[in-house]
Every structure is written in C-alpha cells, then in structure tokens.
Design a protein around this ligand. Sequence first.
Ligand SMILES: Cc1cc2nc3c(=O)[nH]c(=O)nc-3n(C[C@H](O)[C@H](O)[C@H](O)COP(=O)(O)OP(=O)(O)OC[C@H]3O[C@@H](n4cnc5c(N)ncnc54)[C@H](O)[C@@H]3O)c2cc1C
Length: 393
Amino acid sequence: MKVAIAGAGVGGLAVGALLAREGYQVEIFDQFETPAPVGSGLMLQETGLTVLAAMGLRAQAEARGSVINRLFGRSVPSGRTVLDVRFKALSASLCAIGIQRSALFTLLYEAACTAGAAFTGGVDITGVDAQGGALLCRAGRRLGPFDLIVDGLGANSPLSMDVSTALPFGALWASVPWPQGEAFNDTALEQRYRTARQMTGIMPSGVPEAGTGPTATYFWSLEGDAYGEWKTRGLSAWQAQAEMLWPETAELVSELGMEDLTFARYRHRTWPRPVEGKLVHIGDSWHATSPQLGQGANMALLDAYGLYLGLRAHPGNLPAALADYLDRRSTHVRLYQVMSFLFTPVYQSRGSLLPALRDWVAAPLSRVPPAPAVLAALVSGSVGRPLHRLKLV
Ligand SMILES: Cc1cc2nc3c(=O)[nH]c(=O)nc-3n(C[C@H](O)[C@H](O)[C@H](O)COP(=O)(O)OP(=O)(O)OC[C@H]3O[C@@H](n4cnc5c(N)ncnc54)[C@H](O)[C@@H]3O)c2cc1C
C-alpha cells in the first residue's frame, strides 16, 4: 500500500514511522527544503508520552525534556494564585515533559527515516484529489496516485481550510537558556495574568541537544491584530510592560531581540469531514485550537496511533480502516475541542467578566476535592479515556 503523508510535523512523522515499520510504502512531503521544526517548546502529556512509549521513543523524549509537575499562575496585581494544577493530584507518578520542538522533531524524523519512509522537501501542497489519491502542488505539479493520503499539514492546511477561524489572540514565543537563580521553578510551567488581556509564562523545555544547557520557552500573549503595532512601538516599550507584569523576568526579557520572538496566531476549528475517499486528516488539520490546554501535539500523536491501529485491524479494506480510526478518536477530539474553546478566553480575551470569575470563583473552587484531580486529568489529556480507545492501557 502506497501512503503519501502531507506534512512532516508531529502527526505526519509519527504516522510515517508507524506505517513504514509495518511495511507500508511511505512518502512524506513538506514545504521545507530540508526537514526542520517550526516553533518553540511544547508540553508532552501522558497521552502523547504513551504513544511515544509504544513507538519505543519515550525514554529518548524524556532524556531531551524537562519534567513538569505543576502548572501555576498568579493574577497581577492581586498576587492571587488562580491556576494551580498538580499532576500528582491524579497519580503520584504523573507528570508532563517540556521539550523543544526541534528535539521531538529529530526523534520522530529519525524514527520515520530508519523505518524506511522517504522524505521529499520543497513541496508546496495546494490541494488534493481525494478520490484519485493525488496531491496537487504549486505550478500544477501532481503527486500520485497513492492508496492513501494523510493530511498532516497542521492548522493552516489547504486541504481543510475553508472553515478556518483565527482566534483574536496569539502569542510571541522564544526559546531561551534556563534563567539562573531562584526566581523560577524548574519543574513548573508558571504564568502571570493581568485580567485576560495580558499573559506571560515560562516553561522548562529540556536540553534539546547533547552538550548544551537547559532551556526555557518564554511566551507573551498578544492580540493578532496588535502584532503590527507591537513591532512599530519597538522592543523597549514592550519590555517595560513585560517587566511590570512579572518583574522577575526583567533580565530574561532585556536579552531578547525582536528576531528572537516568533508570533503565532492561534486558530480554532474542527474539520467536519476528517475522512473523504482516500484522504484522511490527522492533528491540527482535523482539529486546530489554541495551545491553552497544551494538547495539540499529544492529540496529533494519538491520531497517528489511531490511524495506524485502524489500518492494521482492517488490512486491504480502507473504508473500514478509516471508520475504525474515527471511531477510536472522534469522542476525545470533540471533548477537547469544546474544552479548549471554553478555556481559551479565560486566559486570553478582552473582557473582564471571565477573568473575574476565574480569580474569585473558579480558583477557590479548584482547590476543593475532587477538582484538583479533575484538573490534572484534564491537563494530562486523559478525559474521555483516549488511551483505552487505542488499547494503550
Ligand atoms: C506557539 C505554540 C505552542 C504550542 N504548545 C503546545 C504544547 O505545549 N503542547 C501541545 O501538545 N501542543 C502545543 N501546540 C500545538 C502543537 O504544536 C500542534 O498541535 C501540533 O504541532 C500539530 O501537529 P500536526 O502534525 O498536526 O502539524 P504540525 O506539527 O504543525 O506540522 C505541519 C507540517 O506541515 C507542513 N506544511 C504546512 N503547510 C504546508 C504546505 N502547504 N505544503 C507543504 N507542507 C506544509 C509544515 O511545514 C509542518 O512541517 C502549540 C502550538 C503553538 C503554535
């Protein structure tokens, strides 16, 4: 069976590795001339880590990442703790792993290549012939025919684009050396908020390459429409704001240049037809959302494994295999899309009602059992029992 994978991202590379190991003839296409990850650090939850374990890659991911035991956020100027998620509230050994995207990419890319998947870069995919099994590319180029096309082109996939919705907020991201001193907890993702209009955070992100030091991912929430103005106003105006919101970050922020900060605009959309003829969508091309709950990469890994299981369970019967994939993944996808949609404005929005409810109602309630365990389950990605559906527990 010839499988084309559009996009060498988290989901595309994972499914490429899994299917190539199973003997499928796998070709992975990406716009990059040479394989490269885009973006900053991300959090691998127990869901994604369990898929990596099934692929034999968990220990390597853990070795390149930082253990995160707690998500912690204070409101400014009150100083109230308004977010406090401790993974151990659910289970003593539960944690997340903060990892640089480049480290995860290298791991998955090497696994796919070692398994025999072929990679072709410099391919700008513009469309698909879902019934004919072909990818359409810029300048009228047509790739195929393939027996199956996997769309792993991410949140801006041109194969699932027309209902795309940009969220009002995004964020500036930077990878930085882990700040020295006692000001930051190297096992916690920590944030500061002023209502929901301003938010900043620091996440431990591991040691991406042997011989280098530990890193952090720094982020600053920004409205999508304000990015132009942010650039025009210049770095020092923003640095003053950032220092006021979280004075301990002053040194870190003062060392950042504009070129160190990448702006990511978030999208929220669920593509209504994840399977169509010989085309199947995985990851953000099926269900994009803001990274507020930190699930996207983990969901892409779960999708990759679900698709692999579906194909393995129904050899030679593509419609049955793809129906099996949807059956394993749809409920979890729907649940987390709804929850991400509800949570995003609590931390990123212009209004003041939601942040007030967050600070004065939700935060105190979140400390009352069983709320701590429920929150830990939510953030670890396990609501809806996705690993059971994939027979990974
Ligand atoms: C700033 C930020 C922080 C995040 N933090 C987290 C986190 O902490 N935890 C978490 O789980 N998730 C996080 N996410 C979400 C996560 O990154 C995505 O959900 C995940 O990468 C989706 O994987 P994917 O395989 O669907 O697509 P991607 O990983 O986005 O890969 C898409 C690939 O397709 C290629 N491509 C795109 N368009 C074309 C084209 N037209 N032609 C050819 N190639 C193309 C791209 O080059 C890329 O390689 C974050 C996202 C952002 C933006």
